[in-house]
Design a protein around this ligand. Sequence first.
Ligand SMILES: Nc1ncnc2c1ncn2[C@@H]1O[C@H](COP(=O)(O)OP(=O)(O)OP(=O)(O)O)[C@@H](O)[C@H]1O
Ligand SMILES: [Mg+2]
Length: 279
Amino acid sequence: MSTAIELKHVSYRYQDDGPEVLQDVNLRIRKGEWVTILGPNGSGKSTLAKMFNALLVPDAGEIVSLGYDTRDDQHWPALRRRVGMVFQNPDNQLVAPTVRDDVAFGLENAGVPQDEMRRRVAERIAEFGLSGLENHEPHRLSGGQKQRVAIAGVMALAPDVIVFDEATSMIDPEGSREVWSAMAKLRESRSMTLISITHDVDEAVLADRVIIMKNGRMFADGPPREILRDTARLKEARLLPPFAGTVADKLTARGLELTEHILTEEELITALWTYKQNS
Ligand SMILES: Nc1ncnc2c1ncn2[C@@H]1O[C@H](COP(=O)(O)OP(=O)(O)OP(=O)(O)O)[C@@H](O)[C@H]1O
Ligand SMILES: [Mg+2]
């Protein structure tokens, strides 16, 4: 697979005399990959994400994002359009008086012709389950709906990469499920590169690859099955292992012989069912 974003020896500090919040980060994200970034508060996850579309540029090292050197400001408009970001608080991302205008906002800024714009907006509104809400005020919607408006607006620009920075952490479980099903849809329908920053290890299970940040450094990088089963390493990064895995480990410790490598609820149920039928 070809490369979407590559970081080489990237370091960054917010103030000249401040601490390095990214330290010698080396990372290659492939096109079409779904990467989850985990890590404790202040470990540098959001700072890292802002490097992908040149909201921040490295002090040392280099980043090539979609073929552009992010230090060159002539590429910034293209990068901002092609690497979409959805942040934690939907209220900070909604700008227009109606849902329709909000989804159209980025397209309008990008100078997309009216007909094309209307078509794309209608498609995204339908795709993210917002039909019927076109004329509603974004600020009066539920958290899940607001976040879907934000995602629809980013997706209307047809980005190559979309970054979710704790996009579900402020919304309730039902709202999160709505956002997740919207994300799963993105995965199915397009060969998009998806980067999601989260504190939720159960969400990380779904990804192709899990990265753990700790103190501004890459602390772990690998497939979810490898990273999320390493309880000791997770603990070192102040993360809890996935719930189903913990239950499986405790049952195994009590003598129940379950299939190995249980990470999801579904796998736990299957393992328990198989156990019951064999005993
Ligand atoms: N605008 C800023 N100015 C100065 N320091 C900042 C700024 N933004 C973040 N920092 C500092 O940089 C470090 C990394 O912050 P960052 O927001 O990248 O962490 P994070 O992993 O996203 O944390 P969280 O899980 O809380 O979102 C922290 O020590 C933070 O205090
Ligand atoms: Mg953050």
